[in-house]
Design a binder for this molecule. Structure first.
Ligand code: CA
Length: 482
């Protein structure tokens, strides 16, 4: 971490000089931040690297910025990944180290409204003592908004407006049907602190896009933080066997994939005979949901251009975890929910004209824990006093002017654990351990546990130390017993 401390002031000075040289930009006002997160997108699902997907807007961000090829999230699925992002703290430190969701829909159960009110999905939430990024940015005069997936608690005390966001429109739990905005029959869309069904029937990506664009317009003359966590291209949370187990794309985007069929077939759903989507339809839904999200991102970029804000705006994009199902993680092993690279190393891009060199690629070791301190530093907001952050300002790394100070990262999901130390990766799944060298074996094919017992012992011990540190941290709800 010492590297970044010395380099940061120099980087800021260079950024300011560059801004002065290029005209009015940063001299006028602090930079804006647009943070876009997709849901379950594959590591390889970028048009530039995968001809099967259509993502001109993401390709544009990559062409005008940097593609981060060793960027990790803190957990291999939705809720803890988002909690870590917004607090800058490991899931085990901020308390959200598992999903806030009801399991009964997995067995075909549909909750009545009264029954749902007292389930964990409804009452669970992030510990209210946790400080989120928008609350810190508010101290520096920023307006913040969230349009999309919240996923950190549905009761009023947990909702975004109580956590520093000035505006919120989106769904509060971990997944919905793209058109009904229900999670397995439960209405999930909120406007501010109030549930709303007013927009039912409208494709949700369009709703998040329109509000994001409007927020930029409204705040064109003052600094803002826009957080756009799309639910696309996550599968739809609907008990209908035809809809379930794939995303939902709009018809206008399905037309872009004429080689795929939008059809159904007899099959099984939850062990019972049912009419289900064909593999071709599931692929079509995924690709069209992704293309639609990309078009929405394109509109956001165009709005920044139109209002001449692009040069003064950091745009960050990544997926909240690895892909599964119809997604492609390329050469990475495994998928969402797993400790292999395919679960935790994600597609990530950053654009900041005049600061980040266009069309670059960086294989530096970075994580979503870096986002919080990067944004607070950039926006001139002091980090919260007395709060341990687990990342650092990564802007010097994004600029290519410094190596990443990150040398280690740890993950835990129930009895699955992992550590990356330098180029080494250790995984423990229950009783089974594995060791890989990512520099020589990115695909995690060659288990070196027996060949390199000392290295394995070193990583195992590092993980135990990290676990000890997490256990010693001030406890946070809702899962931990204290
Ligand atoms: Ca996800």
């Amino acid at each position: 971490m010492t590297v970044s401390r010395h380099i940061q002031p120099i980087a800021v000075a260079i950024a300011m000089l560059a801004a002065m040289a290029s005209g009015s930009r940063a001299a006028d006002r602090p930079p804006n931040v647009v943070l876009i997160v997709s849901d379950d997108q594959g590591y390889n699902d970028l048009g530039l690297t995968n001809p099967e997907v259509i993502t001109p807007a993401l390709d544009r961000i990559a062409r005008e910025g940097v593609r981060l090829t060793s960027f990790y999230v803190a957990w291999p699925a939705c809720t803890p990944s988002r909690g870590a992002l917004l607090t800058g703290r490991y899931p085990q430190r901020n308390g959200i180290y598992d999903m806030i969701r009801n399991e009964a829909p997995d067995y075909g159960h549909k909750y009545s409204a009264a029954e749902y009110e007292v389930t964990f999905e409804r009452i669970g939430g992030m510990d209210t003592r946790e400080v989120l990024l928008p609350a810190v940015l508010k101290t520096a005069g920023y307006q913040s908004a969230l349009y999309g997936k919240w996923d950190l608690g549905t009761l009023k005390r947990f909702l975004p407006l109580q956590k520093g966001f000035d505006d919120f429109y989106g769904f509060v739990n971990t997944g919905i049907d793209y058109f009904t905005h229900e999670r397995y029959g439960v209405p999930s869309m909120y406007a501010g602190n109030e549930p709303t069904t007013k927009d039912q029937g409208t494709y949700c990506t369009d709703l998040f896009r329109d509000r994001g664009v409007e927020f930029i317009r409204q705040n064109r003359d003052r600094p803002f933080f826009l957080y756009l966590p799309f639910n696309a291209p996550h599968s739809a949370s609907n008990l209908d066997p035809v809809i379930r187990s794939s995303a939902q794309g709009p018809d206008e985007f399905k037309k872009k994939f004429p080689h795929l069929k939008d059809d159904t077939q007899p099959g099984k759903s939850r062990g019972k005979e049912a009419i289900v989507a064909t593999p071709s339809k599931r692929k079509l839904e995924y690709l069209s949901a992704l293309a639609s999200m990309d078009a929405a991102i394109g509109r956001v970029l165009e709005t920044l251009d139109e209002l001449k804000l692009a040069d003064n705006t950091l745009v960050l994009f990544f997926s909240d975890n690895g892909g599964s199902g119809q997604a492609s993680n390329g050469q990475l092993r495994g998928h969402k929910s797993q400790m292999f690279e395919g679960g935790i190393r994600v597609l990530a891009l950053a654009r900041y004209p005049g600061v980040i060199k266009p069309g670059t690629s960086s294989d530096e070791f970075l994580t979503s824990l870096e986002v919080f301190p990067t944004v607070t530093r950039l926006c001139g907001a002091p980090n919260p006093a007395g709060v341990t952050l687990d990342g650092f300002d990564m802007l010097p790394v994004l600029r290519g002017s410094a190596p990443s100070p990150r040398t280690e990262m740890f993950w835990q999901r129930r009895d699955h654990s992992a550590a990356r130390i330098g180029e080494w990766k250790w995984i423990r799944l229950g009783e089974r351990e594995m060791l890989f060298n990512l520099a020589r074996d990115l695909e995690e094919k060659n288990d070196l546990l027996k060949a390199e017992p000392e290295k394995a012992a070193e990583l195992r011990a590092k993980f135990a130390d990290w676990k000890k540190t997490m256990d010693a941290a001030e406890p946070r709800g809702p899962f931990r017993d204290f």
